[in-house]
Each structure stands twice: as C-alpha cells, then as structure tokens.
Design a protein. Structure first.
Length: 283
C-alpha cells in the first residue's frame, strides 16, 4: 500500500508539473501570410528575381529605396490591426506598401515594373498564401481608365472589380474576375482581410499591361519650324501649394525645407513633398 501511495503521489506531481508548463508556454501565433502570384505582385516579382541581383530596373530601384529585406519578407505586406479600416490607415501614395516604411520601394511610381499582358474579359488570378486561414474576405480592384503609372497611386484611382467573402484559401487559390476595357499599363490591387481570430489584412499591387498605351505618333513629313529664341519661363516655385502644376526642376519650400520636382504633375492635398519621394527630392 505504501508503494502504491508513493507512485500515485509521483504521478500527481508529474501531472501538476505538466500543467504548469502548459500554462506558462505562450500560444504560438498563427499568422496568415501571402501575396498575389499571378499576376505577380511587385514584391513577388522582385523576390523571384533574387533580391541580391534583380534584373529589372524597377526592382533595383525599390531595393535601393528600402533594402533587400522586404523582398525576403515578401509575404508580409500587411497591417496587423486593419479590421477593414484600409482607407483610414493607408494614405494615398502608399497603397502598395500598406503605408509601411519597410516596403516603401513598392510605392515607386514607375512605368517599368514587370507587367503581365492581359486583355478585357475573364481573367484567372492566383493568390499564394504561405499560411492560409479560413473565413477570409478578398477584394480586387483595377486602376481607373486614364490612370498613369508614373503618378502615386491613390484610393480614388481604384475601381472595384469583385469581392469574395468567407473564403477558405489554400496555399494557391484561384478566382476568375472580369476585367474591364483598358489601354496601356494598369494595376490590379487586392486586399485580403482576415475575419475570424485576427484583424490582419494583406495588400498587393500587380502590374498589368493591356497594350496600345505607348504607341508612338506617326512620323510627320512636315518640316518643323525653327526653334524659338525666346527663353522658356522658369518653372513655378515658391511655397508648395495644392492645385499648382509643377514642372520637373521646379524648386519649392515646404515647412522650411526646399524640394526639387522630379516629374511634372498637378499637386493635390496629400502629395506634400515629404510624403511623395517619387515626385520631390530634397533640394
């Protein structure tokens, strides 16, 4: 009887110790991660090209802006506490990076990002999820007609295509969406919002090309007039102001600092020089 009592006591101690271990060990987080793989998102394209030696000029520029680490962390362009508040949390000009400085290279407004050739009509798209989770919503958008890839992407530039609610994604999940008529280069933008157990959301920018947007004008046989000897007026400068049209080379001041315009554009609220490195650089 004494032996049995001792064994029983030892067993109780082991069970109690196991319970303590279970109590103190934190639950491992089950983070969802992923991005568009077809049409490939910007972060996916540069990751596939090898972040240490990408072949594409836009990828090289993105790495110069933010380093290589964002492209090793290609499946984490996300906000942990989005909870559907995408437009509230992500400012215009920073949609591709989800407003995160780490991924700022993805926001570069360029016309040479690798782009998939597509046309209007049904398009099968693929999402690559390295940690898929059930009960998720996926929203897909395309840029409006007339959008320019050399301008910062704004929420008002996006046209809703389709939303798939309560999805249970796999590692690779396909959907078919209907693409409207477009010409030239555009972006397909996606939002993956987790619904159960997390407010985390993921964001992607995938460049596509409809063609027909960059056809050069026909060669003229008319002899051009001689160049004007009147000097062109200097580009507008002074204090930066929304609604002003700026030409490349214009120098403005904003909050006591001087900036030089990098490319022609008409300023709007939210495009202040410190917020739009694609448009302004410190003078």
């Amino acid at each position: 009887m004494k032996v049995r009592h001792t064994l029983a006591l030892s067993g109780a101690v082991v069970v109690a110790a196991a319970a303590v271990v279970v109590a103190v060990l934190p639950a491992a987080p089950a983070g969802a991660h992923g991005t568009m793989s077809d049409p490939a998102s910007r972060v996916y394209v540069c990751k596939q090209q090898n972040p240490e030696n990408p072949t594409n000029a836009a990828c090289r520029a993105a790495i110069a802006a933010g380093g290589t680490q964002p492209f090793y962390d290609w499946n984490e362009v996300s906000l942990l506490t989005a909870g559907g508040r995408h437009r509230e949390l992500i400012p215009d000009g920073k949609l591709c990076s989800a407003g995160r400085d780490k991924y700022r290279g993805l926001d570069l407004a360029r016309a040479d990002w690798p782009a998939k050739r597509i046309s209007a009509g049904p398009l099968t798209i693929t999402y690559h999820a390295t940690a898929p989770h059930a009960n998720s919503n996926f929203e897909f958008y395309i840029t409006r007609a007339g959008w320019s890839p050399t301008q910062p992407l704004r929420w008002s530039d996006l046209v809703h295509l389709q939303t798939f609610n309560n999805q249970n994604p796999a590692t690779f999940t396909n959907w078919t969406i209907t693409i409207p008529p477009r010409t030239g280069r555009h972006l397909i933008y996606s939002i993956w919002q987790r619904v159960v157990g997390s407010e985390e959301a993921f964001y992607t920018c995938s460049d596509v090309d409809f063609g027909g947007g960059g056809t050069p004008p026909p060669t003229s046989t008319t002899t051009p007039p001689p160049p004007s000897t009147t000097p062109a007026p200097p580009p507008p400068g002074g204090t930066w102001a929304a609604g002003t049209s700026y030409q490349a080379g214009a120098v403005v001041t904003h909050n006591g600092s001087r900036y030089t315009c990098r490319q022609p554009h008409t300023a709007i609220a939210g495009w202040e020089p410190p917020n739009t490195p694609a448009l302004w650089q410190p003078a």
